[in-house]
Design a protein. Structure first.
Length: 292
């Protein structure tokens, strides 16, 4: 199971942090933008250099399909190149799935992205849960045959998420109902560490939710999203891990890529600032969890 590979990489590095490559052009250092022939080239360079700088320190990377696609055709070329490069460097690679608004789109995405020689090679995809099981099921065969994973997004970190995701529905919060759906899909996909290839994405700034999810769904691996969101912190994120420090990873969001801006730097040291940011995240998380 691919999810076992992710767990092993976390244990090896003792770093439960995921790098996220999802940025707007304004978040790229000025000297890289000025030296590139296009925004897509500049973005590709930043992503490659971050992957090189954090190799062996960060076990996994999350790549945004839309961030590259919105840069036009050259952006998609860069996306394919970045995914291949991340795999080559030994990262566990997860991709935010392209827009899926129906069963046919889900079937086509599963067919292309999880193919043996996919133009977008990755270990896992992040999917929305609120379309229902028929938009999740097309990916389940690849979880078994191709050793791929999916993370079903059930609770997001944006400020207005509670407007819908925390509503009561039949005695359950809506996002808990979505987690129940993912848990049903997860049956029969557990690896040697007890976690399924069908996991869930939930928010770092919703600690009560993380506590409930970890308790209620012991076989679901949690991708904790939004570490840089308002209200998120390492103590909250620790609630997603089991007693062995397993079963979760924390996505750094924009905090790693934008670390140079937080340090009020001119961007010339953006790689060093990213490394320092990861070390701070790791140190803070390991105050609350022990990875055995």
């Amino acid at each position: 199971m691919s999810i076992d590979v992710l767990q092993e990489k976390i244990r090896k590095t003792k770093c439960p942090v995921m790098l996220e490559l999802a940025a707007s052009v304004s978040e790229l250092p000025a000297h890289i933008l000025s030296g590139a022939s296009s925004e897509a080239e500049a973005y590709g360079r930043v992503c490659r250099e971050l992957l090189e700088a954090l190799k062996g320190t960060v076990p996994a990377v999350r790549v945004s399909f839309s961030s590259f696609a919105l840069l036009g055709p050259e952006g998609l070329v860069q996306l394919a190149s970045i995914l291949s490069y991340a795999k080559k460097l030994g990262y566990y690679v997860t991709l935010d799935a392209p827009e899926i608004l129906g069963v046919r789109a889900a079937e086509r995405t599963a067919e292309v992205v999880f193919a043996d020689h996919s133009p977008f090679p990755c270990d896992s995809l992040i999917l929305l849960s609120y379309l229902g099981t028929d938009c999740v099921k097309p990916f389940l065969n690849s979880c078994k045959t191709a050793k791929k994973d999916i993370f079903v997004a059930i609770r997001t970190a944006n400020r207005s998420a509670p407007e819908l995701q925390d509503l009561l529905a039949g005695g359950r919060l809506v996002h808990i109902a979505a987690a129940d759906l993912a848990n049903r899909c997860a049956e029969g996909f557990s690896g040697k560490y007890g976690y399924s290839s069908v996991g869930i994405l939930s928010a770092a700034n919703a600690p009560d939710s993380l506590r409930a999810l970890r308790s209620k769904y012991p076989r679901l691996f949690l991708l904790v999203d939004g570490f840089s969101a308002v209200g998120a912190n390492a103590k909250n994120c620790a609630l997603a891990f089991d007693k062995l420090g397993h079963g979760a990873i924390v996505c750094g969001g924009g905090s790693i890529l934008r670390a140079w801006q937080q340090a009020e730097s001119d961007g010339s040291d953006y790689l060093q600032q990213a490394q320092l940011c990861v070390e701070r995240m790791k140190r803070n998380l390991l105050r609350y969890i022990t990875i055995l």
